[in-house]
Structure formats: structure tokens, C-alpha cells
Design a binder for this molecule. Structure first.
Ligand SMILES: Cc1cc2nc3c(=O)[nH]c(=O)nc-3n(C[C@H](O)[C@H](O)[C@H](O)COP(=O)(O)O)c2cc1C
Length: 309
């Protein structure tokens, strides 16, 4: 997905979060090494790490730098209950002193050339005073010399429900800019227009795209076009969709082999199907295929013989 995003113009990509203990154990699990592989053409790309104990997160961050990542991002945002129960991810939104201790230790340990950034949510919950924790945290983080934050405008407990609060992102941007920092906004950016509008309205330095890129790497090309003042490119033709799906599929198969690629790729294929004129039928076909031959047949039936619709 990161490689597809890059090919379509994403200027920077971040690998999905790594648990610090996983990174430290990786030499023992040789097979897991491929998660951490950075290719020459991937740069610039960052690695995100999550943990609660500075004694584990610091060596994990250093290890990620050894693997070739250009930037380290700390995750103080993940809402998964098991993660929160261990004091990791989003739990750090309500433990400002520990969050700052982790950040200070990682910043001290990293070489100066490696930027350190942090992923935050607006707060842990909606309790009174929760916005104060965000601003306290932002102040402490930039005092410690981090390069930037990415702020997702939902509380940790909201997970993905409701709508992202971009007003808090705008207020945080004002606060961060006074301190000479940079901020990216995140949340509900499913089109190039919404990304551009949010950048303008909240005065962030950039945006992070997550769900809106799943099965839609064209979103990056579209954002770049609008940002350059050009018209929105037309949606991908059926032939272009197939080329991109095949490219994504082959990157995945190369990495994982057919069986695992089928599992990993299914969610992307279902999203790619959204662009197709016969999307309902196609989605069913993508759910069901079991072999390379069946997948090839879907490509033939739906893409190679389809009219443009
Ligand atoms: C399947 C999935 C996986 C995610 N993994 C991560 C992650 O590893 N690290 C992270 O900081 N955020 C992760 N997020 C959250 C996104 O970065 C983002 O903040 C959130 O989804 C809101 O943005 P969106 O509306 O563009 O999806 C993930 C989101 C989804 C849907």
C-alpha cells in the first residue's frame, strides 16, 4: 500500500505501527524481517512505534533506524482495547508525564539527523478538561524538540465513530505554529477536495490520509493536482484500475506468497471494486476467489472485457 501511495504521489509514507517488543524480537523470528524491509525507492518513509516502557521503546526506535527508516513516529493514539489495557497507544493521551518521558528518552537516544514525530488523538475521552491535556502535551512535546505531530480529531474512546473534529485541529495548529512546530491533520479525508479544504480551513502544514487511500491510491495524484491549481484528473478507467490492482497484487504476492496475499489484499480489492461499473457483483467475486486461476478469471471477466461504463 505504501509503495502504491508513493507511486501516485504521496510525498511521505508511514509504516503501520510496530509494537516495540515485536521490533526487539524480530531477529529471532527471521520470517518477520520482511515487515521491516525498506527499499531504496521507499524513501522517505517513517516507522511508527508503540509501547509504554522507555527501556523497550528506545532500543526499538534505534533498531527501526538501523533497518533504514528515515523518521520515527510515536503512537499515542491507538484505540484498540488490548493496547489501552497495557498502557500503550491512546492510553498515553491521559498519562501526559509518561508520554513526555517516553518522548524525551527516544529523542535523546535518536541520532540528530532522524526526526521524531508523534501521532495524537484530540484526547482520551470527553471528560471536562480533556482539551487541556492535549495542549499540555503539545507544549511538552515541542519543548522536547519533536519535529511534528499528526492529530486525529477524535477521542480515543470514540475510535472511528462520529465525525472527526477539525476545529480542535485548527486550534492545535495555531498553538503549534506559535512554538515553531509543524502539524498534520487526520480524519475523514476521503477525497482530494476535502483534504485541500481542511488544509485551508485549519491551517495545518499537511494531512495524513488513511482509510481514504485504501483501494484509492489515485487520491494522492488528485490532491497534488488540486494543490498545484490544476483540474481534478478524471477517475481511473477500467483498464487503469486493472493495471493498478495487478501492480498492487504482485507487490503483495511477492512479499507474502499467494495464500497470505489473498487475505491481505481482500480489503483492498473490495475497495478497488468501488470504482467499477458492476461493483456489487465484482465485490462478491473478490470475496469468493480461492485460486490464482479464479482471480485471473475475475480480471478477464470484469476488467479486460468490460466497457467503460
Ligand atoms: C485499518 C486501519 C489501520 C490503522 N493503523 C494505524 C496505525 O498503525 N498507526 C496510526 O497512527 N494510525 C492508524 N490508523 C488511524 C489513521 O492513521 C487515522 O488517524 C484515522 O483512520 C483517521 O483518518 P482517516 O479518516 O483518513 O482514516 C489506522 C486506521 C485504520 C482504519
Amino acid at each position: 500500500m505504501r509503495r502504491m501511495a508513493k507511486r501516485f504521489g504521496a510525498p511521505f509514507t508511514l509504516a503501520e505501527v510496530f509494537l516495540d517488543q515485536f521490533v526487539l524480537a524480530v531477529s529471532k523470528k527471521r520470517k518477520a524481517r520482511f515487515y521491516l524491509a525498506v527499499k531504496e525507492s521507499d524513501h522517505p518513509c517513517g516507522a511508527q512505534v508503540m509501547g509504554s516502557d522507555p527501556d523497550e521503546i528506545v532500543p526499538a526506535a534505534l533498531r527501526l533506524v538501523e533497518f533504514g527508516f528515515d523518521l520515527i513516529d510515536l503512537n499515542f493514539a491507538c484505540p484498540v482495547p488490548k493496547v489501552l489495557a497495557r498502557g500503550r497507544g491512546g492510553a498515553l493521551m491521559k498519562d501526559v508525564s509518561r508520554a513526555l518521558e517516553i518522548t524525551a528518552r527516544v529523542r535523546d537516544a535518536l541520532p540528530d539527523r532522524i526526526p521524531l514525530t508523534v501521532k495524537l488523538r484530540k484526547s482520551f475521552d470527553d471528560a471536562p478538561g480533556s482539551a487541556d491535556s492535549l495542549f499540555k502535551l503539545l507544549e511538552g512535546l515541542f519543548d522536547l524538540g519533536i519535529g511534528a505531530v499528526t492529530l486525529h480529531g477524535r477521542t480515543v474512546l470514540e475510535r472511528y465513530t462520529g465525525v472527526a473534529d477539525w476545529d480542535i485541529v485548527r486550534r492545535a495548529a495555531e498553538f503549534v505554529h506559535v512554538r515553531g512546530g509543524k502539524i498534520l491533520g487526520s480524519g475523514d479525508l476521503f477525497s482530494a477536495e476535502s483534504a485541500l479544504r481542511r488544509i485551508a480551513e485549519s491551517n495545518v502544514d499537511g494531512v495524513a490520509i488513511a482509510r481514504g487511500a485504501i483501494g484509492n491510491p489515485w487520491i494522492f495524484r488528485n490532491i497534488n493536482a488540486l494543490y498545484a491549481g490544476e483540474p481534478l484528473p478524471p477517475p481511473p478507467t477500467v483498464a487503469e484500475q486493472l493495471d493498478v490492482i495487478k501492480e498492487h497484487w504482485s507487490l503483495s504476492e511477492e512479499l507474502y506468497g499467494f495464500r497470505r496475499a489473498s487475505t491481505e489484499m481482500r480489503k483492498f480489492l473490495l475497495k478497488y471494486a468501488e470504482f467499477h461499473p458492476r461493483k456489487e457483483e465484482l465485490r462478491m467475486a473478490f470475496v469468493k476467489f480461492k485460486s490464482a486461476e479464479e482471480l485471473e478469471r475475475i480480471f478477464k471477466d470484469y476488467y479486460e472485457t468490460a466497457d467503460e461504463g
